[in-house]
Design a protein around this ligand. Structure first.
Ligand code: SAM
Length: 417
């Protein structure tokens, strides 16, 4: 998607809508969008697709090839309508981004609305019946050079694209600078940062025996902000748990589920390992860090060694560790006198959750899986920083004074309690 420079001085954003029911778009004259048109911030033009037909009945549809129910919109009126839109008041030959509403398209989200609000020109093609002949999309892309996006309002089927266009133009239009008087009100809205909005109240403070939450009357902005954030989390968890990302909930906010890694975890595991490897590169300056070059096959093959564990919060992979059993070797010489050791290695936590309880809980889990008879627990840590070393000390681990047998790692050990 081409994104215009948001800092450039902009003229009105142009929006062309082609439909067989132009009257359906009349609400675009009303309210804030209507005002934005009057103020010259939005330049909305609605076109009747039937103006580009040449028969007495102004026919825009025909039966589908291959059979099946319903009618399909013919390519010819669409091609002429697009030519008309492109030629209209466009001496410099600019090209709009063509949005075709459709239930099979990418979901229309606040993030997409934000992206589209940066574009200077959008054209909307409202389908009806079973939709538009597929060749129209190809023609628009390949012959007219337009960027074409099929965008869905949601997982349900409407009778036509007009309602979807009304919704999209409203959501996009209100993000165009100047359309909403108080731009700050856009910042805290639902979906702006992936959470739903907190509950809102106005005067009177007591109504029909119902009180406004006292915290909102306290005048303490810090407490109010904290309360609102809590409410946003609680509301999102109750109504839209799919939106509640682990990073919103914070290190203590969701249930951590630890399970044995399966081949299905490999792609996410590879991404997580890269994130940890990048941290290692920054810490050590060693660009040849092997973990940085690990392929999916390497990660998959790694599952054959010992036992890899993965930790998830709300479905998101947030950490991993591998456990293996070793007999005393040079790298763990400080522990070899005590017989076999249980090694936790490749402990890796998602960058936004490092320093929380994911790492300690993964380590605890790794320790808890040590078989009977193991007396020494070993931790191979990669480029640990001072804080990490402090945490490992707190967990009872001490640095082993022999060089580690895995390059770039340090070995720590503790007696099993
Ligand atoms: N046969 C199509 C399908 O199964 O994908 C549905 C056609 S629908 C009856 C007619 C038109 O309504 C579509 O071409 C599209 O323009 C619009 N439409 C229907 N549902 C939509 C949705 N969820 N989002 C955006 N547009 C939709």
């Amino acid at each position: 998607m081409t994104v215009a420079d948001p800092h450039a001085t902009r003229s009105a954003m142009r929006l062309d809508v082609v439909s067989i029911f132009p009257d359906y778009l009349a609400p675009l004259d009303l309210s804030l969008i209507g005002k934005a048109r009057e103020d010259g911030l939005l330049d909305v033009r609605v076109h009747d697709l039937r103006d580009f037909t040449h028969d007495r009945h102004r026919t825009v549809d025909d039966t589908p090839y291959g059979g099946g129910a319903g009618m399909v919109m013919k390519p010819q009126p669409w091609s002429e309508a697009l030519d008309h839109v492109l030629a209209l008041d466009n001496p410099s030959g600019d090209k709009p981004h063509l949005i075709v509403p459709g239930p099979g398209g990418q979901p229309f989200t606040q993030a997409l609305a934000r992206q589209l609000a940066l574009e200077p020109w959008l054209a909307f093609a409202c389908g009806r019946y079973e939709g538009i002949d597929e060749r129209v999309y190809d023609h628009a892309r390949e012959d007219l050079g337009l960027e074409v996006s099929v965008v869905s309002l949601g997982d349900y089927v409407l009778n036509g694209g007009e309602v979807a266009v009304l919704a999209m133009v409203e959501a996009i239009g209100r993000l165009v600078p100047g359309v909403i008087g108080n731009a700050e009100s856009l910042v805290e809205e639902s979906h702006e940062d992936g959470l739903l909005e907190y509950p809102i109240y106005t005067k009177p403070s007591s109504w029909n025996g119902r009180e406004v939450p006292p915290v909102l009357l306290s005048g303490n902005h810090g407490t109010i902000a904290a309360w609102r954030h809590e409410q946003r989390l609680a509301r999102t968890a109750a109504r839209r748990p799919d939106l509640l990302h682990a990073s919103h909930a914070g290190p203590h906010g969701g249930d951590l589920e630890i399970a044995a890694a399966t081949p299905g975890d490999v792609p996410e595991l590879a991404v997580l390992r890269r994130a940890c490897a990048a941290k290692e590169v920054v810490a050590t300056g060693a660009l040849d860090t092997p973990a940085l070059r690990e392929t999916l096959d390497d990660v998959r093959a790694g599952l054959e060694t010992g036992q890899t564990w993965v930790a998830r919060i709300a479905g998101r992979l947030v950490g991993t560790v591998r456990t293996t059993r070793t007999s005393g070797t040079s790298g763990t010489s400080g522990t070899s006198r005590t017989g076999d050791s249980w090694v936790a290695e490749r402990l890796c936590v998602a960058p936004d959750l490092q320093g929380g309880d994911v790492g300690p809980r993964l380590l605890e889990h790794a320790e808890s899986t040590a078989p009977d008879g193991i007396r020494t627990l070993v931790l191979r840590a990669t480029a640990p920083d001072a804080d990490e070393l402090k945490r490992y000390r707190k967990a009872g681990y001490r640095l082993v004074d022999a060089p580690s047998d895995v390059p770039g790692t340090v070995t720590l050990a503790r007696r099993r309690r």
